[in-house]
Design a protein around this ligand. Structure first.
Ligand code: SAM
Ligand code: SF4
Length: 315
């Protein structure tokens, strides 16, 4: 269906947990998050019902996210339920890759077609510091496992952080020279309890083009402006929620792991879908889709109005 501004809503980002095996400084508080009671989190059956309703309203693509989706108990069953929902033509996942050696084959079998992998640095000490204890080698093994089990193309997402990884822009972008690999640089968004960390570390994506003037324009996919190294088939994308937001072409809505529909990432507005079924669920969802705001108000120097940390939204 279209929203009040004529945008076709076809993409659902579904968070399956707030929990994570890492603690990235821009996403989560250092102490982690309190585990929600089992009853607070959507069950596999509820997820199936929500995705069916979203599909009935025109959603065609679902991305499973979190927190870290692979720490959610029953994640493979969730993937299967989503992928088998009538109307859903693409089921994908965003992950930090650490658990992919255990899960890549099962995800493939469950119908997940594509993986986006978050990786902000190729330096082990920096990785450990930013993720507060993570092991870069584990994430790289996860990326290898994704390739081994046929996930292609793979997208690597890197958040640009001033004074942290701007000297690695070329090295990260060069991953796009590998077969079936695309790299996306994402602007850092000050949000939730981590807004203090992010304040002052924002880097406009123009830094990427200045670091690699040889990049050739390769069009746009609606969200990212695409470039590529001469001769490389992989692309380097710039996702600029702050410097050039893509709200006019935004086709996405979010559902949190506790069943709140969020029509816009950077708004505090949430619509509870919990306990709704049938026509009541469809009506609530339709109202949320329709009322999606024209644009978010996260401009340079501002803090997101979202009333949650990123791990509790799904990015
Ligand atoms: N754990 C998974 C992962 O890291 O890929 C999925 C959830 S994570 C919240 C989804 C995406 O949000 C990641 O690519 C992460 O880098 C991004 N993210 C989290 N906090 C962010 C922030 N403050 N600004 C920009 N991107 C952020
Ligand atoms: Fe976990 Fe992903 Fe947030 Fe990092 S960005 S703390 S991996 S949810």
């Amino acid at each position: 269906m279209t929203d009040q501004f004529g945008r076709e809503i076809s993409y659902l980002r579904l968070s399956v947990t707030d929990l994570c095996n890492l603690r990235c400084a821009y996403c989560m508080p250092a102490e982690g998050v309190a585990k929600k009671r089992h009853a607070e989190i959507l069950s596999v059956e509820e997820i199936g019902e929500l995705v069916s309703a979203a599909a009935a309203l025109g959603v065609r693509k679902v991305r499973l996210t979190g927190g870290e989706p692979l720490v959610r108990r029953g994640i493979v069953d969730i993937c299967k339920a989503v992928a088998q929902t009538q109307g859903i033509i693409e089921t994908c996942m965003t992950t930090n890759a650490v658990l992919l050696p255990d899960f890549a084959a099962q995800l493939r079998g469950a119908g997940v077609s594509r993986l986006n992998i978050s990786l902000d640095t190729l330096n082990p000490e920096r990785y450990c510091a930013l993720t507060r204890g993570g092991d870069l080698a584990s994430a790289l093994r996860g990326i290898d496992a994704a390739r081994e089990y046929g996930f292609a193309p793979i997208k690597i997402n890197a958040v640009l952080i001033d004074g942290f990884n701007t000297d690695e822009i070329r090295e990260l972008a060069s991953l796009s020279r590998l077969a079936d690999t695309h790299v996306r640089f994402i602007e850092l968004m000050p949000i939730g309890d981590s807004a203090d960390f992010s304040g002052g570390k924002y880097v406009s994506d123009g830094a990427v083009l200045r670091a690699m003037p040889e990049l050739e324009p390769r069009g746009s996919d609606g969200v990212a402006r695409l470039y590529g190294f001469p001769g490389a088939s992989g692309t380097v994308g710039l996702i600029s929620p702050i410097s050039s937001h893509f709200c006019p072409s935004c086709n996405r809505v979010r559902i949190t792991s506790d069943g709140q529909l969020k029509p816009c990432l950077h708004s505090a507005d949430e619509i509870s879908l919990r306990g709704l079924h049938g026509a009541a669920l469809l009506d609530a969802m339709r109202a949320g889709f329709f009322g999606k705001p024209r644009r978010h108000a996260l401009d340079t120097g501002k803090i997101s109005a979202a009333a949650r940390n990123m791990n509790a939204i799904g990015g």
